[in-house]
Design a protein around this ligand. Structure first.
Ligand SMILES: C[S@@+](CC[C@H](N)C(=O)[O-])C[C@H]1O[C@@H](n2cnc3c(N)ncnc32)[C@H](O)[C@@H]1O
Length: 217
């Protein structure tokens, strides 16, 4: 009952936080820094599939000089993230309620410095690798919008998705580094910001797989 009631109020709640998200993101392609009131030289971080927003809110606070844009296709989920950013008055965090399929319509070539793919749907049981967010068709889009030397930081609990992604990154000419299958017990854990899903997997004793893929144009 509570869930249904919450869902019915999505438009009103989105409206209350309308300074945080963009109804027509197409028109901001190539102009995100300007539209969000940031200097042309500031870094732009982009997260795909931000869920309820634990990671993006913590990252935006940790990097106050960065313009952080978080994307999520499920409006009932992104609403929690948007309200969090709104209530905590985080000035450098904005949202897009869109599907990553259309990403190249929203970001210009070389516009993005860093991307985050955290615990993306593995599509392993349904055997639909083309839907994975690290499938080469997606990586080609990411390569275009990322600067030369720009990075994708990927984390997952899923070995099949991880192995698939490593192959796809290499196929598309990304340089791989900081690879671990046990992030929580690695040297990289100190600086790591955990996501909602990540914390659940760690509590279950699952090793977190993590890699940084650097764009070479
Ligand atoms: C398993 S959840 C992980 C959420 C969060 N990143 C975390 O680690 O806690 C994956 C999220 O990605 C979103 N997602 C999956 N495919 C997407 C796509 N093509 N475009 C935008 N969001 C997507 C889902 O709606 C879901 O909220």
């Amino acid at each position: 009952m509570a869930r249904a009631r919450t869902k019915r109020h999505i438009p009103e709640r989105m409206e209350r936080c309308k300074e945080r998200w963009f109804e027509n993101p197409l028109q901001n392609k190539g102009k995100w820094r300007e539209v969000c009131g940031f200097l042309p030289e500031c870094e732009l971080f982009l997260e795909i599939g931000c869920g309820k927003g634990k990671f993006c809110t913590e990252m935006a606070v940790k990097h106050p000089d960065v313009l952080y844009i978080a994307l999520e296709r499920d409006s009932s989920v992104i609403l929690a993230a948007i309200e969090k950013a709104h209530n905590e008055e985080i000035p450098n965090l904005f949202f897009l309620n869109v599907d990553a399929n259309l990403l190249e319509n929203y970001f210009e070539e070389d516009e993005v410095d860093k991307m985050f793919l955290n615990f993306s749907d593995p599509w392993s049981r349904r055997n639909k690798p083309k839907r994975r967010l690290t499938y080469r068709d997606f990586l080609v889009q990411y390569k275009k919008m990322l600067k030369n030397g720009g990075q994708i930081w990927m984390k997952t609990d899923n070995d099949i998705l991880f192995d698939f992604s490593l192959e796809e990154f290499e196929f598309c000419g990304f340089e791989l580094s900081e690879l671990t299958r046990e992030l929580q017990n690695s040297e990289y854990d100190k600086e790591n910001v955990r996501t909602e899903f990540e914390q659940k997997f760690i509590d279950q004793g699952i090793g977190i797989k993590r890699v940084v893929a650097t764009n070479r144009k």
